[in-house]
Design a protein around this ligand. Structure first.
Ligand SMILES: Nc1nc2c(ncn2[C@@H]2O[C@H](COP(=O)(O)OP(=O)(O)OP(=O)(O)O)[C@@H](O)[C@H]2O)c(=O)[nH]1
Ligand SMILES: [Mg+2]
Length: 229
């Protein structure tokens, strides 16, 4: 994938209507501070178009970035921000649910998990929401530069195992196929693999059950065996 143009095309507030849109969308979900905005900047080759902050809870709107006049990367607000009040948390849940259920152009959701930590209950809940919406979830294991290379395989296995064991929705037969791509915002390791997923889903047309299943088989994710390479 070659990035020719990027622009922030739309900012959607908590209470606003989710726009219908015409371009394919790829959304980025995950805990506050997990690195969603950093990943979007990395994919766009921009240092700071998406706001990055050491303060959690920075992105509290749904931000649409238009790439190559061809598709949107959608930065979703992070969850698990302890200092957010109850009302904000409630609004957040409604907004994400509304986005997942009404966005006709959504091709995949990248769920970001910190490679260093076991996924939380909220992470698993988010994973289940994505599955229930009939959308392909792709796990991005962020901050891979913060662990030793020798720990990579073990941590990827921990993420996979927790999702498999804790998910209430994941069908058994698919449990071994959870696609996990380690990524570093510092070294950009993993970027080509993420571009390959985007390319693949863009050429496939709108996601329905069958196409998602085919994508699952044909896109190479990191399996426990290949993670150590
Ligand atoms: N070392 C390292 N730091 C990262 C990486 N990704 C993000 N960070 C840092 O983690 C912090 C949070 O990153 P953001 O991209 O703002 O996280 P976010 O998920 O968008 O957070 P919210 O907008 O609050 O939901 C920043 O200090 C980033 O520099 C990574 O891959 N490696
Ligand atoms: Mg952000």
């Amino acid at each position: 994938m070659v990035i020719k143009s990027v622009e922030l095309s739309l900012v959607c507030g908590v209470t606003s209507k989710i726009p219908a849109g015409t371009l394919p969308e790829f959304a980025f979900a995950g805990r506050s501070n997990v690195g969603k905005s950093t990943l979007i900047n990395g994919l766009m080759n921009r240092k700071a178009l998406a706001r990055v902050s050491s303060q959690p809870g920075k992105t509290q709107t749904i931000n649409y970035y238009r790439i190559n006049e061809q598709f949107h990367l959608v930065d979703l607000p992070g969850y698990g921000y302890a200092r957010a009040n109850v009302k904000v948390k409630e609004q957040w849940g409604k907004m994400i649910e509304r986005y997942l259920s009404t966005s006709a152009q959504l091709r995949a959701v990248f769920l970001l998990l910190d490679i260093r930590h076991e996924p939380t209950g909220q992470d698993v809940m988010m994973y289940d929401w994505i599955l229930q919406a009939g959308i392909t979830p792709v796990i991005i294991a962020t901050k891979s530069d913060k662990i030793k290379r020798s720990q990579l395989q073990k941590q990827v296995a921990l993420l996979r195992r927790t999702l498999r064991e804790e998910s209430h929705v994941l069908p058994d037969k698919e449990a071994g196929q959870i696609r996990i791509i380690p990524w570093s915002g510092q070294t950009k390791a993993g970027r080509e693999e993420i571009y390959a997923v985007l390319d693949q889903l863009l050429t496939q047309g709108p996601a329905d059950g069958t196409q998602a299943a085919e994508a699952e088989e044909s896109v190479q994710g990191v399996t426990p065996d290949s993670a150590a390479e």
